[in-house]
Design a protein around this ligand. Structure first.
Ligand code: ATP
Ligand code: MG
Ligand code: MG
Ligand code: MG
Length: 568
């Protein structure tokens, strides 16, 4: 690519509303532009990176035996009604109507659509297992879109869904996906950790998240300093709470008239605001005693009542403080009657920020009312209040090997063993060996493709800009001819090298712009191009070129004759 024909959209100024470095650098390097909150255009340089990430993902998914499909972004409400998620999915689901007044949504994920497809296409156990994937646009109306493409509303996900006759087969594919994800993130060159994750409302058993370690990450990861143990901190805490990993509370609703702030609420309830739980992860329990739904309540002393809302956004989400009893039931995904805000059985996992647990456990669900949780069950299986404590660095690792370290992580991938939640609801059955109809078992596997690009920058940058891992750089090499307009020799050499390097399969950006060298160097560094070669008359006198790696401090001379092999 010749820079004169490319859109180099670099900017000097750091955009004011970009908080994290990847967001700043993606704007400054001309990779993305914001259209509206959580909506971004990918410019040519950014798209080159994105497509390289996609290529690696595609190659590894194909290698694993998965088959690529492409499903619609717009999904009919009927399928979501069948799975129950039309009701359960909170405001993150963008619902739309067509001209015939029929309900649709923009797909935040595709379990319903793929299960519907498979229920029609797959008839026999002989066609299983099958793993279908796509790389496609998702839409989630995130409560707080931020950090650029790291948490946007429209984003690209690689999502895969596998179908099996039995659990053993699911576990085998799950393991293959675990290996495939590791291969993908290794090839991209990320410092990542697979961690034990909670599968929230999705149901089923096994689940791992893949986290890129970076201070800007939104999750805390606890991992052992001397084994492979690593878990999202919620899970590490759940483990600490004992076998069930939970404490159960019967909640009571208490009138707190006129209370506007948490302080006032606490006063009415005679509890110490400093002693209140700051974050609770709350699960509803359905009739079979399974966990369903997840909401988080955030109680902070300085928040106004109206601002107390669920901060964590799992698949099911409810701003409990403002929800009606009916909304809470819906959001928790429990069938009517099995729960109610008063006397509701809740499974509670306390976040690390909880300094102590008192009787006061929960926020209001409507103006003038709060929950209290005076009746903690303390049976043998449940953790007692005293057991609930924070996981902190230095704690013994739950696997008994070494001590825990805690770091921030960016969730770039997530794999689940789903079980039969969707296949049952959408009637995906096959004939088994004995000719009997059998509901299939499912797994699902996601990678945030656009988020990976931002995460790579979080781990690879310096004061001058991005430092791309070679595997996903928009260009591997920048060729900078000095004084090209005047020196015929430089011009000829540059053209020749450009042809040779390109022919050798190297992605070259030849900076043939009529700009000062300083401007070109700054752009090349900001854009994070890993290799730079400067062609000048002085070097050519000695048959050399000036080479510098993006991470190096100084130039080195390389022989004009060895350029291609040097770069390869
Ligand atoms: P998060 O916890 O960050 O909200 P999630 O658990 O809701 O993510 P999943 O449903 O597991 O997301 O989706 C699979 C992957 O899609 C995630 O691991 C993440 O990499 C990516 N992803 C999810 N939400 C977003 C978003 N708003 N913007 C960009 N990528 C996202
Ligand atoms: Mg989410
Ligand atoms: Mg998550
Ligand atoms: Mg997830």
């Amino acid at each position: 690519m010749r820079a004169s024909q490319f859109l180099i959209a670099t900017q000097k100024e750091t955009p004011a509303d970009a908080e994290v470095i990847s967001h700043q650098l993606m704007l400054r390097a001309g990779l993305i532009r914001k259209l509206a909150s959580g909506l971004y255009t990918w410019l040519p340089a950014g798209l080159r990176v994105l497509q390289k990430v996609e290529k690696i993902i595609r190659e590894e998914m194909n290698r694993s035996g998965a088959l690529e499909v492409l499903m619609p972004v717009v999904q009919p409400a009927e399928l979501w009604e069948q799975s129950g998620r039309w009701q359960q999915y909170g405001p993150e689901l963008l619902r739309i109507k067509d001209r015939h007044d029929r309900d649709f949504c923009l797909g935040p994920t595709h379990e319903e659509v793929i299960t519907h497809l498979v229920s029609n296409e797959i008839r026999s156990y002989k066609q299983l297992p099958i793993n279908l994937y796509q790389i496609q646009t998702k839409f989630r109306d995130e409560i707080r879109p931020r950090f650029g493409v790291m948490r946007s509303r429209e984003f690209i996900m690689k999502d895969a869904y596998s179908f099996h006759l039995d659990q053993d087969s699911l576990v085998r594919t799950y393991d293959v996906m675990y290996q495939t994800y590791s291969a993908i993130f290794n090839r991209i060159g990320l410092d990542f950790r697979p961690v034990i994750a909670d599968n929230g409302s999705i149901g089923g058993t096994g689940s791992h998240e893949f986290h890129v370690l970076a201070d800007s990450g939104e999750d805390d990861i606890a991992f052992s300093d001397s084994s492979d143990y690593a878990a999202n901190i919620e899970m590490a805490e759940a483990v600490q709470l004992g076998e069930r990993g939970v404490a159960t509370a019967d909640l009571e609703k208490v009138a707190t008239p006129n209370a506007k702030t948490i302080e006032e609420v606490c006063k009415t309830l005679s509890v110490d605001p400093k002693q209140t739980v700051k974050t609770l992860l709350v699960y509803g329990v359905n009739e079979e005693g399974e966990r369903e739904g997840l909401v988080a309540l955030v109680l902070r002393g300085d928040h106004q009542l109206n601002e107390i809302k669920a901060e964590k956004q799992p698949a099911v989400y409810a701003p409990l403080t403002m929800a009606s009893d009916e909304d809470i039931k819906k959001a928790l995904g429990c069938s009517a009657g099995s729960i109610g805000p008063v006397g509701m059985k809740l499974t509670v996992i306390v976040d690390r920020s909880a300094s102590a647990l008192t009787d006061f456990v929960c926020g209001a669900n409507e103006d003038g009312f709060h929950y209290t949780g005076a009746n903690w069950e303390r049976d043998a299986e449940c953790a007692t209040v005293a057991d609930i404590r924070n996981v902190v660095e230095g704690d013994p690792s739950p696997d008994g090997k070494g001590n825990l370290l805690i770091k921030r992580g960016i969730e770039v991938g997530h794999i689940f063993q789903l079980g039969d939640k969707y296949s049952k609801a959408l009637n995906a059955k096959v004939l088994d060996e004995s000719g009997k109809e059998s509901v299939v078992t499912m797994g699902c596997y996601g990678i945030g493709v656009t988020r990976v690009v931002a995460a790579a920058i979080e781990q690879n940058h310096d004061a001058q800009g991005i430092i791309w891992p070679e595997s996903i750089a928009p260009f591997q090499l920048a060729l900078v001819p000095m004084n090209m307009q005047k020196s015929e020799r430089v011009k000829e050499t540059a053209e020749k090298l450009y042809q040779e390097l390109t022919a050798a399969g190297i992605d070259v950006l030849m900076d043939d712009r009529n700009e000062r060298p300083g401007v070109k160097f700054a752009d090349i560094e900001l854009m994070g191009i890993p290799h730079r070669i400067v062609i000048g008359d002085r070097g050519l006198d000695n048959g050399t070129l000036e080479y510098r790696h993006r991470r190096a401090e100084n130039n080195e001379d390389i022989s004009l004759d060895d350029v291609v092999s040097f770069i390869q």
